[in-house]
Design a protein around this ligand. Structure first.
Ligand code: SF4
Length: 223
């Protein structure tokens, strides 16, 4: 599979059927697999769950067009990783700096819940996205499904890297995998994930990145 296959992928019958229904109901929606967005050579890859029906599935950009992206893009902007605090649509000129955003599952699932077989079928695309990252790029998984999908893509055992909010896992090869609760409307409105909690995750990973860059510059680690 190559990323150019994404738009034509029909590997998940349930999701293909759902997209057909969505297209009929909302003819102006993107309603197709949603590709990653952001820096082509990022030091940080953010991995979400799947496109939201009226968000990424509508606009064609991850975490864009619904509530799920509000806290994410604001936080990226606050930490200098985005050129603006809001992602509106694919024509808004927004640029990410050093950061790229993708999803574990590229097609919108009914009720926001991909099945295990769908996560597995879509995993080769995530594997490709991870394979082209720089050696010391970091990963941020938003939620347990994304966390588990990253480990599946890297062929690492789930038991060795348990998901926990604000956890940092050092992976073989020296990459870091950071975890956060997903920045969904439910999590942010119930207080399970507050802006301060999310900012703390980004504070840690950007501080780690600054230390890493310093180490690279002094030659103590090699890219
Ligand atoms: S979820 Fe992934 S594997 Fe399934 S149809 Fe969409 S792009 Fe293909």
């Amino acid at each position: 599979m190559t990323t150019s296959d994404w738009r034509d992928c029909r590997a998940c019958p349930r999701l293909v059927d759902f997209l057909t229904t969505v297209r009929e109901k909302y003819p102006d929606y993107h309603a197709a697999p949603v590709a990653a967005f952001g820096d082509e050579n990022p030091w940080l890859l953010v991995i979400g769950l799947a496109p939201g029906l009226h968000g990424a599935n509508r606009t064609g950009r991850p975490f864009t067009g619904d509530y799920a992206g509000v806290l994410l893009y604001q936080t990226l902007y606050d930490f200098g990783l985005a050129s603006a605090p809001v992602s509106q649509d694919t024509a808004d000129g927004l640029q990410l700096r050093g950061c790229r955003i993708t999803n574990a599952v590229k097609c919108v699932p009914p009720a926001n819940k991909p099945e295990r077989a769908e996560i597995r079928r879509c995993n080769p695309y995530l594997t490709q996205e991870l394979a082209v990252l720089a050696k010391h790029a970091s990963l941020l998984a938003l939620g347990r499904v994304a966390h588990d999908a990253v480990l599946m893509a890297l062929q690492l055992p789930l038991s060795a890297y348990p998901f926990a909010h604000d956890a940092r896992h050092e992976l073989p090869g020296g990459q870091y995998l950071y975890d956060s609760y997903h920045c969904s409307r439910y999590n942010t409105q119930t207080g399970r994930l507050t802006p301060a909690m999310f900012a703390a995750v980004f504070a840690r990973l950007t501080a780690d990145r600054a230390a890493q860059v310093a180490s690279i510059q002094t030659g103590s680690i090699h890219v």
